[in-house]
Design a protein around this ligand. Structure first.
Ligand code: PLP
Length: 401
């Protein structure tokens, strides 16, 4: 289906797009939005963003949630979470520029990329960020000239082979290296504010959080005995969501984490960097069938979105998304969903049972807010899906203002 009007104009934004009580993910809403804006669409629901944020905040009382921008860095998303009271986790100059444009107070932001260029540090400092993350001596030395302006978190690696994305393979110092980094920081007169870790994205369970909290608290106490008062513990992201498989409800998932955090001194500030948990359930991908072919007894449906687009998360984030056809239920057939590009690799799912689809029928992908559109390309000149962020019926302006 052709895009009829592309990115919404300012005038489109003024009149409500949907009834305020209407779920933007409901069939009628999707049909209305596709009729108006064409396909593919990437529909973001601000209400779901807020609900996810508040649900995690309730499951982790006393923990300041810094939304990690990377999974879904759209301006209206930042505006929604800013207004909900979120803090932010930044990793690049582009992310710094975005939160600055959105009027986020720099004191509400930390910069958590363990490996930075001098310009990354200067850009974040110029904005007003003061907390940075390091995990090795070279990175620590980069802060000598900024020592009066910064305080640092040391990122510790906790390897989580069970997590879908084990980030400690690439970042974080080994536990035994923390003492050496603290000693070097003292020698260089750079303030270490605390420790951080990331147990891996879409964590399989909370046991690694519990272990990491325990180890970090021991390290923090040892640092205190050595005269370095570490006042912050950053427990990272990794909180899981439902995809094809259900994850543990977040209240249950966080219960052991809450218990572990109770063992820390009450004056320790606890922060977290959730991305996926807030973003994933808040967006839906809508693609249309561009053409079909019966090949070896299976219907192949070629969509206007695929692995090079919103479904790129299947490649980079190793996730598979619940997909369904927005058609009346009926008898089903072995079916394949493929993306639009000329690459044979661009196949979303080869083993689906779907009702027989016509050109123009819509395919919905759920739980698609995290690491999907953000990693999409426009390979073959198939443009990325148009992002529409709706808040109680109102279409939020693309620039978030
Ligand atoms: C430093 C850092 N913080 C937070 C996140 C967000 O993690 P998640 O989306 O699993 O919550 C990531 C993800 O890559 C990360 O690298």
């Amino acid at each position: 289906m052709a895009k009829v009007s592309g990115i919404p104009s300012a005038s489109a934004v003024e009149t409500p797009e949907l009834d305020p009580t209407q779920d933007p993910f409901a069939r009628e809403s999707i049909q209305h939005l596709v009729a108006r804006y064409g396909s593919p669409l990437f529909i973001v629901d601000a209400q779901r963003l807020r609900q996810q944020y508040h649900r995690l905040a309730a499951a982790l009382p006393g923990v300041d949630l810094h939304y990690a921008l990377k999974p879904l860095p759209q301006a209206p998303v930042i505006a929604t979470l800013r207004d909900a009271g979120a803090y932010f986790d930044l990793a690049t100059n582009g992310e710094v520029d975005l939160v600055r444009r959105m009027g986020v107070a720099p004191e509400r932001c930390i910069h958590t990329h363990p490996i930075k260029r001098d310009s990354d540090i200067r850009t974040a400092l110029a904005y007003g960020v003061r907390t940075f993350v390091i995990d090795n001596p070279d990175e620590l030395r980069k802060f000598v000239k900024f020592r009066r302006q910064v305080s640092l978190l040391i990122r510790v690696a906790f390897h989580s082979p069970d997590a879908v994305c084990d980030l400690s393979r690439k970042f974080g110092c080994e536990i035994q290296a923390v003492g050496g980094l603290l000693a070097l920081a003292a020698q260089l007169r750079i303030k270490i504010e605390g420790l951080s870790f990331h147990v891996g994205s879409q964590a399989a369970g909370s046991s690694m959080f519990v272990e990491a909290i325990g180890v970090c608290w021991e390290l923090m106490q040892e640092a205190g005995q050595g005269g370095q008062n570490l006042v912050t513990l950053d427990i990272g992201g990794g909180f899981p969501v439902d995809y094809l498989q259900r994850s543990t409800p977040i209240e249950e998932f966080c219960a052991p984490i809450r218990e572990a955090l109770k063992t820390l001194a009450p004056e320790v500030r606890i922060i977290a960097e959730p991305g996926r948990y807030i973003a994933a359930p808040a967006a839906m991908a809508v693609a249309a069938v561009m053409g079909r072919a019966l090949r070896n007894g299976r219907w192949w449906y070629y969509l206007d979105d695929g692995l090079y687009g919103s479904y790129s998360g299947q490649v980079f984030d190793h996730m598979n998304y619940p997909v369904e056809a927005l058609v009346p239920s009926g008898s089903t057939h072995p079916s394949v969903l493929a993306g639009p590009t000329c690459d044979g690799f661009d196949v979303i799912n080869e083993n689906l049972e779907l009702p027989k689809l016509e050109v123009g029928d819509l395919i919905l992908g759920r739980s698609m807010g995290a690491y999907t559109w953000a990693t999409a390309t426009d390979f073959n000149f198939f443009p990325r899906a148009t992002v529409l962020t709706l808040d109680r019926g109102r279409l939020l302006p693309e620039d978030g203002r």
